[in-house]
Design a protein around this ligand. Structure first.
Ligand code: ATP
Length: 275
């Protein structure tokens, strides 16, 4: 129905400061997605054609969704409302032949009506075929619909698509041709500095944030952790500190008076959470 094509209400606002270790990506995406929406006159007068679509590739939990949400939030903070539509690739597929195509058309119409708009397709590889001939036909029809809709967008770039995927190879080649998703960013797993930054982001609002040395030590131990893993580590450590300080909350259903400041998340809690 019409109800599910409303712009996503980004309830929790995300700023670029909440994203660790990706400043180069943020600047590039500002140039390609954000500035064209905000300053269309500049781009028009210098004949800079912004991309209609960009692809964010990389392992899960590396900040692809986070960056897309931050772009939309930044715009509204700048006083320019940007409509943000978020879809999962697989959700676009539907049981009914033709329904997915209809939904896509409605989504594009809505995004154009409410432009400037960002359409974010998470797991866009979900539009890829499951290899049976019936499935393949359905897939082809959805991909052609998406291509036609993208080709129909005007070149002033007031509707931009961002696709995210963990599997770049699973994306139909036609979607990656010029004028479609023709810019790609491959998000890496965070390195040491990025891990330290991300740990800081997820603990800096704590009443008693960990000391810098501890954060560096943790960053050194967390090789291979993605941003989402680091966030989960902070959460788990905090819960462990809480449990240690207030064991009674686990054994009784009474509500206790908690002194937030008395809970200190220390090295031991992080180490336990890591194992
Ligand atoms: P998926 O492929 O699973 O959708 P994703 O790359 O879109 O992964 P996000 O949804 O952006 O991952 O990340 C999940 C959560 O992990 C974020 O909401 C954020 O809390 C944390 N996170 C991930 N990357 C970062 C980062 N670079 N800086 C800070 N937090 C991060």
């Amino acid at each position: 129905g019409g109800a599910d094509i409303q712009p996503l209400q980004v309830d929790e606002s995300v700023s670029f400061d909440d994203i660790g270790g990706l400043s180069g990506y943020i600047d590039a995406l500002k140039e390609m997605v954000f500035f064209p929406l905000l300053y269309p006159d500049f781009f028009a007068s210098y004949h800079i054609t912004p991309p209609r679509g960009v692809l964010l590739c990389g392992p899960p939990g590396t900040g692809k969704t986070l960056i897309a949400r931050a772009l939309a939030c930044a715009a509204s903070k700048a006083g320019q409302k940007v409509s943000f539509y978020m879809r999962k690739g697989a959700d676009v597929l539907s049981k009914w032949v033709g329904e997915a195509e209809r939904q896509l058309k409605m989504l594009f119409e809505e995004a154009q009506r409410n432009q400037p708009s960002i359409i974010f397709f998470d797991e866009i590889d979900g539009l890829a075929p499951v290899r049976s001939s019936k499935q393949e036909q359905i897939h082809n029809s959805i991909v052609s619909t998406l291509l036609a809709l993208m080709d129909g967008l005007d070149s002033r770039g007031q509707v931009v698509l961002i696709g995210a995927t963990n599997r770049i190879d699973a994306i139909d080649g036609a979607l990656r041709r010029p004028g479609r998703f023709d810019r790609e960013f491959t998000f890496p797993l965070p390195g040491f500095d990025a891990r330290a930054e991300i740990l800081d982001i997820h603990t800096r609002k704590w009443k008693r944030p960990p000391l810098k040395e501890l954060k560096l030590e943790l960053a050194a131990s967390c090789v291979g952790y993605c941003g989402a893993d680091l966030k989960a580590l902070c959460t788990e450590a905090a819960i462990r500190a809480f449990r240690e300080k207030y064991p009674q909350v686990y054994t009784s259903d009474d509500k206790f008076l908690i002194d937030v400041e008395s809970v200190e998340v220390d090295k031991k809690h992080f180490m336990e959470a890591m194992s």
